[in-house]
Design a protein around this ligand. Structure first.
Ligand code: ADP
Length: 428
């Protein structure tokens, strides 16, 4: 079956077309037919596409909204110019999988989209006002183009973390704030953490029950997740993606009193400070240079690179601290798994994070670590009690696979159905 995977943003639409089915999922032989990005929706958009065989191609076209962007994409995919042998007409797209940022407490698993489910996603807009409306626009556009006979599935960033117990998701603020406003830890990057966890299980021939790991997704956004018996039991991101690890431009954990203090001292509004903590902090804020780890690693080698060195140290220290905290809270783990642009590609950062974790049984193999760039495999020594792996993430693939599983009625083993909750829930 050919699954179109869509990630709809405010002015962008990321897509992949993946051929997959139960057998291909089992054998890890899913086939990526094409991928691409439409940017600048709302004006003269830039469309970048790449098919399995062909080179990267770029076009531009005025595209006023998501619906027009998807129509353009559908026309291109089915054209001779695209040259995708498997897609000759819209009927060759058998299903659509949507990335949806926030499923609140309503969605603990990927879900076939019905009117009730769409209402549920709308109810979660309060929790992700910048993201869920765009995801909904993507769903509505796809429904318009592909019609009711093509099944569509929503895959939520938050769903994997719905297994976190209350003592880990509650903040120690007055309980009525949770009841009234749903203020709690939700966690994000769930699709990535789950993909990496499933892949670790496949690599090590483990059942879900046997997966006890800490996953570190280190990209522009960064988060750590404690996974016990294949389920998320804690994660570093919170009510929003701002909490936890140091990120490209986000500060991660800070003392909440700092917000009021910055407002008073700098004459800024709370909203201004939120922007400062989300967009001007993290690696960028500390280094005063950039949020790009590659540049920072180069800069750190220069004599005047103190800002870069400091930013890297703060970044690695925070990640190490979370590994330690999760080891304690989950009663030990079998492995630490690195993913995301930094986690997959930077042996130096991985080594810096793992430095001093020998007490916990983690010993990196210098050669394996150095060679593991954009590859999948073990980077710890043979005798390391706490092992370390690099597993490149693939959120689109998980979305395509979940879409197929839902359509075929296969329950994903790590998830419990929560759909009845959606259908019967009141307003949130
Ligand atoms: P996003 O969260 O936007 O998907 P990515 O997962 O692509 O981001 O990660 C982007 C980060 O990965 C950037 O900080 C970039 O510098 C870093 N990165 C990519 N390649 C390397 C590399 N070879 N060495 C160090 N950092 C890298």
């Amino acid at each position: 079956m050919n699954v179109l995977v869509l990630n709809s943003g405010s002015s962008s639409l990321k897509f992949q077309l993946i051929a997959t089915d139960s057998d291909r999922i089992l054998q890890n032989t899913d086939d990526r037919l094409c991928r691409g990005l439409i940017e600048g929706i709302g004006g003269e958009a830039i469309i970048t596409v790449q098919t399995r065989a062909g080179p990267k191609r770029k076009f531009s076209n005025p595209l006023p909204n998501t619906s027009a962007a998807l129509e353009y994409l559908a026309k291109w995919m089915t054209s001779d110019a695209a040259g995708i042998a498997e897609i000759r007409s819209l009927q060759d797209v058998h299903a659509v999988g949507h990335r949806v940022v926030h499923g609140g407490e309503l969605f603990a698993e990927s879900t076939l989209i019905t009117n009730e489910v769409l209402e549920g996603i709308e109810e979660c807009i309060d929790l992700a006002p910048l993201h869920n409306p765009n995801n909904i626009a993507g769903i509505r556009a796809a429904q318009k183009i592909f019609g009711p006979e093509v099944p569509e599935v929503a895959v939520f960033d938050t769903a994997f973390h719905q297994s976190i117990p209350d003592h880990a998701y509650l903040y120690a603020v007055p309980y009525h704030l949770y009841r009234r406003h749903h203020i709690r830890r939700y966690g994000f990057h769930g699709t990535s953490h789950r993909y990496v966890s499933e892949r670790y299980g496949a690599l090590c021939a483990l059942s879900r029950q046997e997966i006890n790991i800490i996953t570190l997704h280190l990209g522009n956004g960064c988060s750590a997740t404690a996974i016990r018996a294949g389920r998320s039991v804690d994660t570093s991101m919170g009510m929003t993606p701002l909490e936890g690890l140091v990120m490209g431009t986000r500060c991660g954990d800070i003392d909440p009193s700092i917000v009021g203090l910055i407002c008073a001292k700098e004459g800024l509004s709370v909203r201004d400070v939120e922007v400062l903590l989300n967009s001007h902090s993290g690696l960028l804020g500390v280094s005063r240079l950039t949020n790009d780890m590659r540049v920072l690693l180069n800069e750190a080698k220069q004599a005047d690179g103190r800002g870069a060195r400091l930013a890297i140290e703060v970044f690695c220290y925070r990640a190490r601290k979370y590994i330690g905290a999760f080891l304690a809270s989950m009663g030990g783990a079998d492995a630490v798994v690195f993913t995301g642009g930094i986690g997959e590609n930077s042996p130096e950062i991985r080594a810096r994070i793992c430095e001093g974790l020998e007490w916990a049984g983690l010993n990196l193999d210098v050669n394996r670590n150095g060679q593991m760039v954009g590859l999948e495999g073990r980077i710890s020594t043979d005798h390391s009690n706490l092992r370390a792996f690099v597993i490149p993430t693939d959120e689109e693939l998980l979305i395509a696979r979940d879409t197929i599983r839902r359509i075929l009625g296969e329950q994903h083993p790590s998830q419990a159905s929560n759909l009845s909750k959606v259908v019967t829930s009141g307003s949130r």
